[in-house]
Design a protein. Structure first.
Length: 154
């Protein structure tokens, strides 16, 4: 069972997990800097209140996952910085995280959620498709993403 709590992308467990995620992605896509100019923005201005939300999931007191909700339009959001620590993978944590992000997005009034992932993240793409995300055109100019998905939340 995962307990989800409000977090911050730039403080505490949220910042630590987001940093781990960035390092892992940099290893997958050599030299990639997710915070570089030209990359879709997903920092404190986008993911912390009042503009966004960032959550951290805990299991038995340990932070095991995180993810953020970024506003794109009045009723459209994007999920960013989703991450599950390696020892917790393959145990349904990512699916629980995605479900919690969807639930919170609905509470915030969003009716559509979007997300993206790259070709070296096949497990993420599989999760998104199995959760009902349908492929859409590139909506955010992410230069490393090869899959862009969308799901109606209402």
């Amino acid at each position: 069972m995962i307990e989800f709590r409000e977090g911050l992308v730039d403080s505490g467990d949220g910042a630590r997990l987001e940093s781990e995620m960035r390092l892992e992605v940099q290893g997958m896509y050599t030299g990639l800097d997710l915070q570089a100019p030209g990359m879709p923005q997903a920092g404190p201005d986008e993911l912390n209140p009042p503009n966004g939300r960032f959550i951290v999931g805990y299991r038995e007191g340990a932070a095991v996952c995180c993810g953020g909700i970024k506003r794109l339009e009045a009723e459209v959001c994007e999920f960013k910085r989703m991450y599950v620590v390696p020892p917790a993978r393959g145990q349904g944590v990512a699916r629980a995280l995605l479900g919690e992000l969807e639930r919170r997005a609905r509470e915030l009034g969003y009716t559509v959620a979007r997300l993206d992932t790259g070709e070296r993240q096949a497990a993420a793409k599989h999760l998104y498709e199995s959760a009902g995300y349908a492929p859409i055109a590139n909506y955010n100019a992410n230069p490393v993403a090869t899959y862009f998905g969308e799901k109606r939340l209402s």
